[in-house]
Write a new protein. Structure first.
Length: 302
């Protein structure tokens, strides 16, 4: 399950409205504090925000606390007893994943305000599979492309007051740096629409069907027992603008980048979402986005 953000064009701090600044100040006070490693390499910086990988268990625990706040307290997901007691969103995949962090260093503090979980193929193989395989037939996709290296993206999470272009700019900068450093060929993961009634989401799902259908080589079905009823192939999109506005920012970002959206959907009652699968071959990423997020890009603006 993921919460979700868009491919951005930048946002100036001085352009924030007063209420936005107050919201961020409150969010900073509530955001998880961890003994952050001051020597960790920074992958990108905009204003007081920076992005990098977690370096130790304390930072991962802080990311889990942030996920709990957003998924379970804000979004009303259903925690397990262990999660409720610890007030952390955690599972067995956390220990084998890398964790991307967005950190706000405003006012002399260092607080985690966003995170993304990254699972490269070789670690998933050691763990017995990808997390997404619980919803979608990922093994078949990987088997069809034996020469390519896959990266699963998941557990995307940003504090509400930070769900803007600046934070997402940094998440994508961090992901792209990771993709280049680890020679990743294909990115994939679940993206979530709020709600568990696919019929109520018929228009945005139909828009995705029309805008980004995968060719056969990148098509992935849902696990049969989890598959939600599909909208008829002939069902129209009556109001494309409204349907686009209903999409989470992350899905809009994947569409801009060239991602394919699977035709199947899965209802996740624990997280109160309807999930679709996004598959993004690296070769599909527009060159202008490669230039925007690549090594030569100015992602360290003051």
């Amino acid at each position: 399950m993921t919460i979700h953000v868009s491919v951005p064009r930048g946002l100036k701090v001085k352009g924030l409205k007063v209420r936005d600044r107050h919201a961020r100040a409150l969010a900073r006070r509530r955001a998880p504090v961890a003994p952050l490693d001051p020597a960790a390499p920074v992958l990108g910086r905009i204003g007081t925000l920076e992005v990098r990988l977690a370096r130790h268990a304390g930072e991962i625990r802080a990311a889990q606390k942030l996920r709990y706040e957003v998924f379970y307290e804000e979004m009303r997901a259903q925690p397990s007893l262990d999660q409720r007691l610890l007030r952390r969103d955690k599972d067995g995949f956390d220990r084998i994943c890398d964790h991307l962090l967005v950190i706000d260093r405003a006012d002399g503090t260092s607080r985690i305000v966003g995170t993304y979980r990254l699972l490269p193929q070789e670690r998933a193989a050691l763990a017995g599979g990808f997390y997404t395989a619980g919803e979608f037939e990922i093994d078949g996709l990987v088997a069809r492309h034996p020469g390519k290296r896959f990266l699963e993206l998941g557990r995307s999470c940003v504090l509400k007051a930070y769900r803007g272009k600046r934070t997402v700019e940094l998440l994508w900068q961090g992901i792209w740096s990771y993709v280049v450093a680890n020679r990743i060929d294909v990115l994939f993961g679940c993206a979530s629409l709020s709600g568990t009634d696919p019929a109520a989401l018929a228009e945005p799902l139909a828009l995705l069907r029309d805008q980004a259908p995968p060719p056969a080589e990148w098509s992935v079905g849902a696990v049969a027992a989890r598959r939600a009823p599909r909208a008829p192939a002939s069902s129209p999109v009556h109001d494309a603008r409204r349907a686009l506005g209903a999409l989470p920012p992350l899905l809009k970002g994947y569409l801009r980048l060239g991602g394919y959206i699977g035709l199947d959907a899965v209802v996740d009652h624990q997280f109160n979402t309807t999930d679709v699968l996004v598959v993004l071959p690296r070769e599909r990423i527009s060159q202008r986005y490669v230039a925007h997020y690549g090594a030569g890009a100015d992602r360290f603006a003051a």
